[in-house]
Structure formats: structure tokens, C-alpha cells
Design a binder for this molecule. Structure first.
Ligand SMILES: C[S@@+](CC[C@H](N)C(=O)[O-])C[C@H]1O[C@@H](n2cnc3c(N)ncnc32)[C@H](O)[C@@H]1O
Length: 181
């Protein structure tokens, strides 16, 4: 039986662009929870840490593995300009967590000057995106509203949608248009 990678490579034209590297960058992949295929061959997985973390979540002990292909800081990505057709950016969204809490270990924690981190990370994701490429941004509004995070991002989303039981998570779609530059 053909592997998913072989099937994708047999699609006309795809093998040429894949030989130059991956098509999609996940700039802070964590444990890749939102991926249907956590080893999707089209994607390059980056995070600033590689570790197995364990912590108490309510009454259960939970463990997850964060194993990126490349360890890197999303504010200084080791890629050339215009490298990927799609970038997925799901940075930490909480700032008031204890550092040993399960949520902090799972999602990371925002620093006090989170505005700078999000601005620099977003701008860097746009730099490595190809012209007319798509950037998918995921945010959770539990502590910082979407309007506030958008105010530090120098690009405008095309559209978005909320999800979750309380609709606090919002997925937004951006495009690297020349009018954004
Ligand atoms: C909300 S989680 C990502 C969850 C992931 N999308 C999933 O599906 O499991 C945010 C991730 O950003 C990573 N992170 C935080 N600051 C970073 C930085 N400066 N550069 C790269 N990754 C960073 C954290 O280690 C954490 O794994």
C-alpha cells in the first residue's frame, strides 16, 4: 500500500515543489493537537522546546510530547523570505498562569510584554510566507480579546470564526498580499 507521502508525491507537480522543502510551516506546533495527521509530510513543525511534559490537570496526571522537527523561536525563524505556501500560527494566549500548571506546560505562557512577542512572531511568519500565501492564526480570548491582539498585528484578517463550547477560540485567515506590505 502507498504511504500518504508517496500518494502526495505522485500528484502532478507536487513533487517538484516538495523537493524544495515543505509547503506548510507550523510555527509553534506544541503537541500538534489540532492536526488530523500529526506527521503530515507537507508540514514542517517548529517549536521553541522539545520535551515530554507531565502535570496534574484537575484530578488526572497528564503527559504530552512536544517534538518539533526544528527547535526555533518564531520571532527569528531560520528560513528565507517567501519560503512557505501556508503558515499556521497558534502562539500562547494566556498570561496569568503558574509556570508549573498543566495549561502553561501544554500551551506555554505569554510574557508581560506579550504585545511585542505577538507582533514580532506574526511579522516573522508573514516574512517566511510566499506572496499570496495563507496564514492561519488561532487565538483564544479567555484573557485577551481578539480586538486587542489584532491591534498589535500589522495585518488585517480576511475572515474568521469562533469555536469551542463558549466560542472563546477564534480561527482567522490572513493572506500575504502586496497591499499588506
Ligand atoms: C498554544 S500552543 C500550540 C498548540 C498546538 N497548535 C497544538 O495543536 O497542540 C503554543 C506553543 O507555542 C510555543 N512557543 C511559545 N513561544 C514560542 C516562540 N517564541 N517560538 C516558538 N514557539 C513558541 C510553546 O512552546 C507552545 O508549544
Amino acid at each position: 500500500m502507498k504511504s500518504q507521502k508517496d500518494i502526495l508525491k505522485s500528484i502532478e507537480g507536487l513533487s517538484d515543489i516538495m523537493e524544495n522543502g515543505k509547503l506548510i510551516l507550523d510555527a509553534c506546533c506544541g503537541s500538534r493537537m489540532f492536526w488530523f495527521d500529526k506527521h503530515n509530510p507537507l508540514a514542517l513543525f517548529v517549536d521553541k522546546r522539545s520535551e515530554i511534559v507531565t502535570a496534574k490537570d484537575r484530578d488526572k496526571i497528564r503527559t504530552i510530547e512536544i517534538k518539533p522537527d526544528i527547535i526555533a523561536d518564531f520571532t527569528h525563524l531560520p528560513f528565507e523570505d517567501n519560503s512557505f505556501y501556508m503558515v499556521v500560527f497558534d502562539p500562547p494566549h494566556l498570561k496569568t498562569l503558574g509556570t508549573t500548571s498543566w495549561m502553561a506546560k501544554k500551551y506555554g505562557k505569554l510574557p508581560k510584554d506579550w504585545q511585542l512577542l505577538i507582533h514580532d512572531g506574526f511579522t516573522e511568519c508573514m516574512r517566511v510566507l510566499k506572496p499570496n500565501g495563507t496564514l492561519i492564526f488561532k487565538w483564544n480570548e479567555s484573557e485577551i480579546k481578539a480586538a486587542e491582539v489584532l491591534s498589535v498585528i500589522p495585518f488585517k484578517p480576511l475572515f474568521g470564526h469562533t469555536t469551542g463550547r463558549q466560542s472563546k477560540t477564534i480561527w482567522m485567515c490572513f493572506m500575504k498580499l502586496s497591499i499588506n506590505e
